[in-house]
Design a protein around this ligand. Structure first.
Ligand code: AMP
Length: 379
């Protein structure tokens, strides 16, 4: 089915052609007409499936019908779990706002940067993308009002309801008007999500996009058995020998992230780190440089495991394993996105062996194990 059959206006169809979106992805084909008909939606779709555009396009279409609101009231609110995702989602809106025949100001608000600038800019905003904590700060200082919200989106909902966000999300829900459209997107249908569906959604359409081939099967995975001390040399060996030009390396702590970056830099391999202790400016610059191919190695904690879309990322390395098998799947899912194959490499120390078996069992995939010392010695 082409985009032109989904009920979108001509100006957005033209913008889609300009953006190179020739054909809707399955989630878009199913969700766009339902969202346009004002129904609540529960979308089960992974990042990389094109889910952002599946709500951005109908929301922008419906904004044409929204009358002017009171000062500092927003008609569209999108809640996301991380600052990087807020910027990314707002970016997708902005990809299309120039094509609209009416003014549409979009804004992302998140912590870690000055609240004053955000307060001043929060006037006449049509689409607000926010992380929960900063949004509540802004509401409490009357910089923005949520009582006119017509469309509410909870993105990465499984995460929003887990990680200590629940109290803040509940507070925000209490500020929204009873009559509104709710769109909830989650990577999985967990018991948590079932509960929210019951409380939050009114007679929702459930759109479940489970890829024909499990996206994890598109990713080439390999594991290297390696001692703790040899991880650094192995990382440098792989980057240099394999001539990697863009690789995302996951560690499990702020400390390790900084350590890995400093060792790479010492060895003249260009690298930067992203973790919760970095300034927002440093996080954004590193991510943008990496996305644009200006930075060879990005080292990150699990802060980056969710939702972030890096087009055609060829390789992810698990320098350390995450504790949860779910996070492992999210990490390797940064590569092999939107039908492009990718590679995921995991470093496995003797102490990790048991945990890695559990991870493989959970993801229902066996990963070939190679002895790192043998390959390094062979060269
Ligand atoms: P998302 O799952 O929303 O993070 O989107 C994943 C990637 O797919 C993004 O880089 C989008 O720009 C891209 N994308 C989304 N929809 C389409 C489409 N219909 N055709 C081509 N690319 C798309």
């Amino acid at each position: 089915m082409p985009f032109s059959s989904l009920g979108l206006p001509k100006y957005l169809l033209a913008a889609l052609v300009n953006q190179g979106f020739t054909k809707p992805y399955p989630i878009q084909e199913k969700a766009i007409p339902v969202i346009l008909s004002n129904k609540d939606v529960l979308g089960i779709a992974k990042t990389g499936s094109g889910k952002t555009a599946s709500y951005v396009l109908p929301i922008l279409t419906k904004l044409a019908r929204v009358k002017a609101l009171k000062v500092r009231h927003v008609p569209v609110l999108i809640l996301v779990p991380t600052r990087e995702l807020a910027v990314q989602v707002e970016g997708v809106f902005r990809q299309f706002t120039d094509a609209l025949p009416f003014p549409c100001k979009t804004m992302a608000v998140y912590g870690g940067v000055s609240v004053n600038v955000q307060m001043q800019r929060l006037n006449n905003v049509s689409v607000l993308v926010a992380t929960p904590g900063r949004l509540l700060d802004l509401v409490n200082s009357n910089a923005v009002h949520l009582s006119s919200v017509k469309t509410f989106v909870l993105d990465e909902a499984d995460k929003m309801l887990n990680l200590g966000f629940k109290k803040e999300v509940d507070e925000i829900l209490a500020l929204l008007p009873a009559k509104r459209q709710n769109l909830l997107f989650s990577a999985t249908l967990s018991p948590n999500i079932e509960e929210v569906k019951r409380v939050l959604l009114h007679n929702p359409r459930v759109i479940n996009i489970t890829p024909e081939v499990n996206s994890i099967d598109l990713i080439n995975q390999v594991a290297y058995a390696v001692s703790k001390e040899k991880k650094g040399p192995l990382l440098r060996y792989l980057i240099k020998e394999r001539k990697m030009t863009q690789v995302l390396v996951f560690t499990s702590s702020v400390y390790q992230t900084d350590l890995v970056v400093s060792k790479l830099l010492k060895n003249k391999i260009e690298a930067q780190g992203i973790h919760s202790k970095k300034s927002q400016y440093a996080r954004m610059t590193a991510l943008t440089d990496f996305k644009e191919g200006k930075l060879r190695v990005l080292v990150a904690t699990d802060l980056l495991a969710r939702g972030i879309d890096i087009q055609f990322l060829p390789c992810v390395i698990n320098y350390e394993l995450p504790r949860s098998p779910k996070d492992f799947v999210h990490r390797v899912g940064r590569t092999g996105r939107a039908e492009n194959p990718g590679e995921a490499i995991s470093f496995i120390t003797p102490e990790d062996q048991h945990h890695f078996k559990v991870i493989q069992k959970k993801m229902k995939k066996r990963v070939e194990m190679v002895d790192a010392e043998t390959i390094m010695r062979a060269d």
